[in-house]
Design a protein around this ligand. Sequence first.
Ligand SMILES: [Zn+2]
Ligand SMILES: [Zn+2]
Length: 137
Amino acid sequence: MKQEANTIVNILKKKKLRVTPQRFAVYANLLHRTDHPTAEQILNDLNKDAPTSSQATVYSALQALRQVGLVREVLLEPGICRYDANIEAHHHFRCRCCGVIEDLPWETFESININGLRQGIKAERYEVIVEGICDRC
Ligand SMILES: [Zn+2]
Ligand SMILES: [Zn+2]
């Protein structure tokens, strides 16, 4: 655990982020989960141990982490912003029954060819969103 804490502190420092307890807690929380939580879910989770976090501090920690590229926003449902500490290129699956979101490895869709885009569009990033029904539903 101590080792992991050091690793997290080093990652934040490498990105030239001042290490605050909130940034540390939010990033550690996101690294431990793969469910793409909302800011509110992170807040609830953090406050389970000790009710020290506010919505504002969680949001500002998320924005700081996002700006340096450690966390990305995932927008799969209208109006709902989720967060992901997996910053490797990957796709997402979303179950339309239970709402579970799962990472799909980039290689899943090896054959996507973006060269077919019309001229003039400079693609910077893209990802596939698969919607359907998961094993449990
Ligand atoms: Zn499901
Ligand atoms: Zn993801």
